[in-house]
Design a protein around this ligand. Structure first.
Ligand code: FES
Length: 341
């Protein structure tokens, strides 16, 4: 999570002010570029809202901020700016212009569901916590189910925690024996000697994540947008959605179903979405990439990267492909064909 391009969606509201402060201090810590996005209904409000965000950015020491104003639907405008900027993070208040009775308004939900990148939802803060440039988080709670995508989120989260000098704790909700294995593996996947706390709980995942964050005083909760217990068909899983709606802390929804090309490290594979199709991308140790159709040639399921076996595995009937696309195991008989990125 060394973010390179951050889109700050602001509307001049109280929660947006927290988003402005958090986005700017994260950008300062990770040396990211910030684009301030404002979708306005009333142009006369736009100037004041953006001016405050620009002032906060300057006071934080950021020199090159851009602004993007749009009269379009706020969610569509923010997502479009993120796509145009190839952003890896959108920071937004959890309500405000994005008004709504619920903690997470419909516009924010639309952003989370459609964002091409991670989305950080900020809550309103006390005056005392609104200090420019101070690290935005001290204690990070990362919920994991042990999936490959959750492992990737864990590695990114740990990198972020190191950048901002925060501690990180892994949380697994489920059977204790499984939890021991999953958290042990997750810690290993983060890297040798990683300093992380571990909590294993049983019960409803969303309730336990929200309750733990609240009771233990975590100020940032990170969840993958998919991968936590069930909800495979939804773009935003039910657990991340419930956590985003109910946590009192800020919530970072890490986009784990597909990733940016730049996030795939040498020796790793990942599914990248381009337009309306999914591409299985393998980055060779020398940095070059092989891009293949992610659609299994047996019956059309989407393959997943198997980090342990270094193969593309189909979850439906067990076909397995080499990083070159060649069939390693059937029932598929034809290789994954090359694809454009
Ligand atoms: S669809 Fe992939 S193995 Fe059947």
């Amino acid at each position: 999570m060394a973010y390179k391009r951050i889109v700050l969606a602001t509307d001049g509201s109280a929660t947006a002010q927290t988003a402005e402060l958090v986005a700017c201090s994260l950008a300062a810590a990770t040396k990211a570029k910030v684009t301030i996005a404002h979708a306005f209904v009333d142009p006369s409000r736009a100037e004041a809202a953006v001016a405050r965000a620009v002032r906060i950015a300057e006071e934080t020491g950021l020199k090159k901020t851009q602004t993007a104003l749009s009269p379009d639907d706020p969610a569509e405008a923010v997502v479009r700016v993120a796509e145009e900027q190839d952003a890896d993070l959108i920071v937004t208040g959890s309500r405000g212009l994005f008004q709504g009775e619920q903690l997470i308004g419909s516009v924010v939900r639309k952003i989370v569901v459609n964002a091409p990148c991670d989305v950080l939802l900020t809550r309103a803060r006390d005056e005392a916590d609104r200090q420019h440039g101070s690290p935005p988080y001290r204690r990070i709670l990362l919920a994991t189910d042990g999936s490959a995508t959750a492992d990737r989120a864990a590695r990114k989260a740990y990198a972020l925690a190191n950048r901002i000098d925060a501690s990180m704790t892994l949380l697994f909700v489920g059977h204790p024996k499984t939890g021991e294995l999953v958290l042990g593996d997750t810690a290993k996947s983060i890297g040798e000697g990683a300093q992380v706390g571990m909590i294993i709980l049983e019960g409803d995942p969303a309730e336990q994540i929200v309750g733990t964050a609240d009771k233990e005083g975590f100020d940032l909760v990170i969840v993958g947008n998919k991968g936590l217990t069930g909800a495979r068909a939804a773009l935003l899983g039910s657990v991340p959605r419930d956590v985003a709606e109910n946590a009192k802390s800020d919530v970072l929804v890490a986009r784990t179903i597909a990733q940016n090309l730049s996030e795939i490290r040498p020796g790793e594979g990942g599914i990248v979405e381009t337009g309306d199709h999914k591409v299985a991308v393998y980055r060779h140790p020398d940095g070059s990439v092989t891009a293949l159709s992610a659609t299994c040639t047996h019956m059309g399921c989407i393959v997943r990267w198997n980090a342990a076996g270094r193969t593309w595995d189909c979850p439906c009937h067990g076909s397995r492909y080499a990083p070159t696309g060649a069939v390693v195991n059937g029932p598929a008989e034809r290789p994954l064909p090359p694809s454009d990125l």
